[in-house]
Design a protein around this ligand. Structure first.
Ligand SMILES: Cc1cc2nc3c(=O)[nH]c(=O)nc-3n(C[C@H](O)[C@H](O)[C@H](O)COP(=O)(O)OP(=O)(O)OC[C@H]3O[C@@H](n4cnc5c(N)ncnc54)[C@H](O)[C@@H]3O)c2cc1C
Length: 448
């Protein structure tokens, strides 16, 4: 039997939920249905903290409350086919939905590297599924030697968190020379490495996993540095690949990174189909080249654009590209990155100037709980426009990087940042006399 809906959303991760809720706010009279294949979802960014920091994995549940509160129907099933001519979606159990507007929010699945033995028992990709995660958390807690494969933010957060479980030996392997190589320059990556090592994690950079061996399950890992190490469990944390098979089977075009091609308003080539979140193509804010950013914050920003613009263009997009912006938290310390790194800007051919500053996030810095802050800002040398920034330090860095993100989005110059007007308070911020963002901008200005 066919079911007629106005707006059909496939996927109930951050993109699907916010896409549907935004559609409800903008189109109160429309019938909205969300199809989701995972019955018990998780808040993806909270996954690492299910291993130790949260008392119970269920505390990281991503339920249907936001959808139900907004009068949005939820169907647990897997969408398997889109018929664009008839404007229908068929599911695994044979349900058929006729839509006016379709939002694809099918997200991504973990990348599984082509390593010998990768399918052995005890090797776990990180799926965003509560029932699956509960099982692997139990297995990890019963293991002794854990290897985290991948030194990006997912791997780093997993390693830090698992190191909080008593009696586990944790190692992390990254094939590139530094941790967090895509978003931080060397000095900030070194800060992440020190933070992990101070928790007892063995950090192996510039090292590949060559093979995984064991009788019934993983027992040993052969590394490119010639060493074999004993391992009972491996967590794979090397990012995701967009879930786009159904879209491409329906004739929607994909980019080189396999994300669904969309315009500025998240519209595919089909005027009634939108794609948002990890499954949609991303274009770099500065170069407009395809980029592989997969973040919940980006997914929700895109979802708000699509949800508002389904039937007419209500929200004119001011931000014409994706700023890779995120923060991470290791051993109580924060690292944040926004825009281009020095390394990426140089590779892209920008002529740049760097502004550095260090400071303390309270004043006087002797106040209890004060932390050091280190900031690096990257500017275009001639135009003075900000291209990127990195920050490390205490909790306040989680919002300082968002301030840098706004500066990037508004294409602010180092002169504007030098004259930034900010609120300061002894317990809450650095002193106005030595505000690190301002000092870093001044430092860059002096070199132009
Ligand atoms: C361990 C970890 C930590 C992370 N931490 C952060 C962080 O701190 N900050 C941050 O910004 N980002 C973080 N991310 C990235 C973030 O999780 C993703 O960018 C985000 O989940 C993307 O949201 P999405 O809705 O596009 O896709 P997803 O979250 O992947 O959701 C897609 C949903 O669609 C469902 N689906 C797919 N196909 C179908 C189908 N055919 N029918 C029905 N349903 C379907 C899937 O089952 C899934 O539930 C983290 C990721 C991981 C793995």
């Amino acid at each position: 039997m066919e079911r007629k809906v106005d707006v059909l959303v496939i996927g109930a991760g951050p993109a699907g939920i916010i896409g549907a809720v935004t559609a409800r706010k903008n189109y109160p009279e429309k019938k909205i249905v969300v199809i989701k294949s995972v019955a018990n979802g998780v808040i993806p960014c909270g996954i690492p903290y299910m291993f130790a920091s949260l008392k119970d994995p269920d505390e990281n549940k991503l339920g249907n409350a936001a959808l139900e509160k907004n009068n949005i129907d939820v169907v647990v099933d897997e969408a398997t086919e889109i018929d664009r001519e008839k404007k229908t979606v068929t599911t695994k159990t044979g349900q058929k939905f006729v839509y006016e507007k379709l939002i694809l929010a099918t997200g991504s699945v973990p990348i599984i590297p082509p390593v010998d033995g990768i399918n052995k028992e005890g090797v776990y990709p990180v799926h965003k599924d509560m029932d699956y995660l509960k099982k692997i958390i139990e297995n990890i807690k019963g293991a002794k030697n854990i290897l985290v494969l991948g030194g990006g933010f997912i791997g780093v957060e997993l390693a830090d968190e698992i190191s909080k479980i008593d009696g586990l030996n944790v190692s992390i392997v990254e094939m590139l020379p530094t941790l967090l190589p895509n978003s931080f320059d060397r000095e900030f990556s070194a800060f992440a490495q020190q933070a992990l090592e101070s928790r007892g994690v063995t950090v192996l950079t510039g090292t590949r996993v060559e093979a995984i061996s064991g009788e019934d399950k993983v027992e040993k890992v052969q590394l490119s540095n010639g060493k074999d190490i004993d391992v009972d469990s491996i967590l794979i944390g090397i990012g995701g690949t967009p879930s786009t098979k159904m879209a491409s089977d329906a004739g929607l075009k994909l980019g080189v990174g396999k994300g669904i091609l969309v315009d500025e308003f998240m519209r595919t080539a089909d005027p009634d189909i939108f794609a948002i979140g990890d499954c949609a193509v991303k274009r770099d804010f500065y170069t407009h080249k395809e980029t592989q950013v997969m973040l919940a914050s980006t997914a929700t920003a895109e979802a708000r654009i699509a949800g508002a613009n389904l039937y007419s263009l209500k929200v004119v997009r001011e931000n014409k590209g994706t700023i890779a912006i995120y923060s991470t938290y290791i051993d109580g310390k924060v690292l944040g990155s926004a825009g281009l790194t020095e390394n990426a800007a140089e590779k892209e051919g920008f002529e740049i100037v760097i502004g550095d500053a260090e400071g303390v996030d309270k004043h006087p810095g002797t106040l209890p709980g004060a932390s050091k802050i280190k900031i690096k800002l990257i500017f275009s040398k001639n135009s003075g426009i900000i291209l990127g920034g990195q920050v490390s330090g205490g909790i306040s860095c989680g919002e300082i990087i968002n301030l840098i993100g706004i500066a990037i989005q508004k294409r602010m110059s180092c002169v504007e940042l030098e004259t930034l007007q900010m609120a300061t308070h002894p317990f809450l911020t650095s002193a106005p006399t030595v505000y690190p963002v301002v000092l870093a901008a001044q430092n860059a200005s002096a070199k132009r």
